[in-house]
Write a protein that binds this ligand. Structure first.
Ligand SMILES: [Zn+2]
Length: 168
């Protein structure tokens, strides 16, 4: 077998270094979220399905979502926190957390939007986080069949993570 070239060894070291930095980042973030929150809501995503979507696959792969959720799971178990998975079909991004209106379309490139029903201006990720928290609380309180429209959120004790905001 031919010896790897100097350039390919350099490239392999660079990839390893980037992987280390990402792993370290995800560990720090998951530890912080578990430490600061009693309940954490995450979208229950089918990563393998989304990898088939070329637009989404890069950010999902890069962020290591599955690994991140795995870390949250075992750290939540250790620390006695609750990790709630919210159905991946729940429209957390398109739903206005202020009035419940669901926007018919919201392409991934749109990072800010204004609700056409109540005129609230939304940051896409923050709005989605509010909705995930409310949905996560509903799941905790009543089981997954209950719709979370009526839940109020005490953001002080809760965290939520939307995978789109985790692209590194
Ligand atoms: Zn609204």
């Amino acid at each position: 077998m031919p010896r790897p070239s100097k350039r390919s060894r350099w490239l392999a070291r660079l990839h390893a270094k980037i992987a280390d930095i990402r792993r370290d980042f995800l560990h720090q973030l998951s530890t912080r979220l578990i430490h600061e929150n009693q309940v954490i809501a995450v979208e229950s995503l089918s990563v393998s399905n989304m990898r088939e979507n070329r637009c989404l696959s890069k950010s999902i792969g890069d962020a290591g979502w599955a690994e991140f959720v795995r870390q949250l799971e075992y750290k939540a178990r250790w620390a006695g926190r609750k990790l709630v998975r919210v159905d991946r079909w729940y429209p957390s991004s398109k739903r206005c957390h202020a009035c419940g209106y669901v926007s018919p379309k919201l392409p991934l490139s749109v990072r800010r939007w204004t609700c056409s029903a109540c005129c609230t201006d939304h940051d896409r990720d923050i709005n989605a986080a509010h909705n995930l928290l409310a949905a996560g609380l509903a799941v905790l309180a009543h089981g997954e069949t209950v719709r979370p429209e009526c839940m109020s959120v005490d953001a002080q004790w809760l965290g939520s993570v939307k995978w789109e905001s985790l692209s590194l």
